[in-house]
Design a protein around this ligand. Structure first.
Ligand code: AMP
Length: 452
C-alpha cells in the first residue's frame, strides 16, 4: 500500500524488528518522528503569502458569481478509476489507496473535479441549473518529490457544471488573467487546444498510433509503453530527444469536426475581443482521461521544470460516467497549483501585507501579570482590528522588551505593579524616537487608535 511505503521511505528508517512495535513500518520508540516526504508543513512565516493568494482567488471568484464547495478528502477508489482513467499515471502509480475497516477501497483524492461532479450528481445541484463552484484544498499523489512537485499539494479547483460553452470556457481563462493582475503577477502564458469529442479522439488516436508505430525506434521506453495505454500523452513527452518526432506528429486541430472547430473558434473570438493573449498549442494534452474538446494551461518560464501553474479543460462526458449514465451535462473546469502560485509570488518579490502586531503588552510583577489580560480584553473590545499580543514567556523586563522588539510591533505597553496601582500603562513607541509616556487605562484605546 502506497501510504505505508511513503512513511517508511520518508524517514529513511528501516524497521529493524527490534523496536518492540507490532505495526509494519512503525518507528522504534526513541526515533524522532518526522513528516512524510513530499508533504510540507507551511510555516507561520509562509502563511501570509498563501492567505494573500487565497484571499485574491476568493474575491475574484465571488465577483464572477462562483460559490465555494467543500467535498471530503477521501472518496471511493472507483470514482478516480472511472474519471481520471485506468491508463493514467495518477491511477496507475500515484494514488494513496487503502482499505478501510469496513473493507471498502478508499483513496485520498488526487484531484478534485471528480469529487465536485460526484457531489453535484448526488445532491441534485444540476437540477437547479448550471453551477459555478470552486474549492481549495489538499490533493495527494505519490509522485517523485522535487521543487514544485509534492505528494500533498494544494489546488484551487474551479468548475462550471451544466454549461455548454464556449462562453464559460473563455470566462475561466479571463478569471485567471484577472487573478494574475490582481496579485501583480506577470509573464504567465495561456495555451489552448481542443481534443475534440470522444469519437474524434478515437480517430485521432488511431492516426497517432499509426504514426508513432512507423517511428517506433525513435520512441523512448515511456512512450513505447504509452503507445498502447495512452498514446496522446506521448505528445506531452519532456524528453528532448523526442521533441522532433512529437513536432512532426499529426495535429489534432486538423481532425476536429466542424462543431468542435467552431467551439474553439468561439473561445478564440471571445478572448480576442476581451484582449487576452493566448497561443494555440496542438500538442497540449492533459494527464487525465476525462477531457474532451477545450483544454488549456497557464505556463511560466520562472519556475524551472514545473512550468505549469494551472491546467483545465472541458469534460462533457464525466457527469454521465460518474453518475452511471443517469444524467449527462456539459462541464469545464481548471485546477491551479497553489504551491506554484505562491512560488511565483515569491519569485516576483510580491510580499503580503505586513502582519506584525500593532502593540505588544509586557507585564512585570504579580499584580501586573494578573491585570494584563483584563486590560488587553478591554482594549480589544474597543479596537477590534488592533493586533495586540500579550507577552507569555517567563523572564525579566529586559527579556520581555527584547521579545516586544522582535515581534515587529510598533508599540510596547509596559505594565508594572506601580502602573497597576495607578491604573496606567507606559506606552513606548518601538519604531520611532518618540518618548515613552504614561497613559490611563481609560484613555488607552483612544491613544492607540491615534498611534495607528
Ligand atoms: P492537474 O490536476 O494534473 O491537471 O494539475 C493542475 C495543476 O496542479 C498543475 O498545473 C500544477 O500547478 C498543480 N500540480 C499538479 N500536481 C502537482 C504536484 N504533485 N505538486 C504540486 N503541484 C501540482
Amino acid at each position: 500500500m502506497a501510504v505505508g511505503r511513503a512513511s517508511s521511505e520518508s524517514t529513511g528508517a528501516a524497521d529493524t524488528g527490534q523496536s518492540g512495535t507490532s505495526h509494519p513500518g512503525e518507528l522504534p520508540r526513541m526515533t524522532k518522528i518526522t513528516g512524510i516526504r513530499g508533504m510540507n508543513d507551511i510555516s507561520p512565516s509562509q502563511t501570509p503569502a498563501w492567505q494573500m493568494a487565497e484571499h485574491a482567488a476568493r474575491e475574484v471568484l465571488a465577483t464572477y458569481g462562483y460559490r465555494e464547495v467543500r467535498p471530503p478528502i477521501v472518496e471511493r477508489t472507483e470514482l478516480f478509476r472511472r474519471s481520471v482513467g485506468e491508463g493514467t499515471d495518477i491511477v496507475e502509480k500515484e494514488m494513496y489507496t487503502f482499505t478501510d475497516r469496513g473493507g471498502d477501497s478508499l483513496t485520498l483524492r488526487p484531484e478534485c473535479t471528480a469529487s465536485c461532479v460526484r457531489a453535484a450528481i448526488e445532491h441534485g445541484w444540476l437540477r437547479e441549473g448550471g453551477q459555478r463552484i470552486w474549492h481549495i484544498g489538499p490533493m495527494f499523489r505519490y509522485e517523485r518529490p522535487q521543487k514544485g512537485r509534492y505528494r500533498q499539494f494544494h489546488q484551487l479547483d474551479v468548475e462550471c457544471l451544466g454549461f455548454p460553452g464556449p462562453d464559460v470556457d473563455a470566462e475561466l481563462m479571463l478569471i485567471l488573467a484577472r487573478l494574475w493582475r490582481r496579485l501583480g503577477l506577470e509573464g504567465l502564458e495561456l495555451q489552448i487546444n481542443s481534443l475534440g469529442s470522444r469519437p474524434t479522439q478515437a480517430r485521432y488516436r488511431e492516426l497517432l498510433v499509426e504514426y508513432f508505430q512507423r517511428n517506433r525506434d525513435a520512441l523512448d521506453d515511456d512512450s513505447q509503453r504509452r503507445l498502447t495505454t495512452n498514446p496522446l500523452r506521448i505528445l506531452d513527452s519532456k524528453n528532448p530527444e523526442m521533441q522532433q518526432i512529437v513536432a512532426d506528429a499529426p495535429s489534432i486541430l486538423d481532425h476536429l469536426d466542424p462543431a468542435e472547430a467552431a467551439h474553439l473558434d468561439g473561445i478564440r473570438a471571445m478572448l480576442d475581443q476581451a484582449g487576452l493573449a493566448y497561443s494555440l498549442n496542438p500538442r497540449l494534452v492533459r494527464g487525465l482521461d476525462y477531457y474532451t474538446s477545450t483544454v488549456f494551461e497557464w505556463v511560466t518560464n520562472r519556475l524551472g521544470a514545473q512550468n505549469a501553474v494551472c491546467g483545465g479543460g472541458r469534460y462533457d462526458g464525466l457527469v454521465a460516467e460518474v453518475g452511471g449514465g443517469g444524467q449527462s451535462a456539459p462541464a469545464i473546469g481548471f485546477a491551479l497549483g497553489m504551491e506554484r502560485l505562491v512560488a511565483l509570488l515569491e519569485e516576483a518579490s510580491i510580499e503580503p501585507p505586513a502582519s506584525a502586531p500593532d502593540a505588544y503588552l509586557v507585564a512585570v510583577g504579580d499584580a501586573a501579570a494578573g491585570a494584563a489580560h483584563a486590560l488587553a480584553e478591554r482594549v480589544r473590545d474597543a479596537l477590534p482590528e488592533l493586533r495586540l499580543v500579550v507577552d507569555a514567556a517567563p523572564g525579566g523586563m529586559r527579556a520581555k522588551m527584547k521579545r516586544a522588539d522582535r515581534s515587529g510591533a510598533r508599540m510596547a505597553l509596559i505594565l508594572g505593579d506601580d502602573e497597576v496601582a495607578a491604573r496606567t500603562v507606559s506606552l513606548k513607541p518601538l519604531r520611532s524616537d518618540s518618548q515613552q509616556s504614561a497613559v490611563a487605562w481609560a484613555e488607552l484605546p483612544v491613544r492607540l487608535a491615534a498611534e495607528e
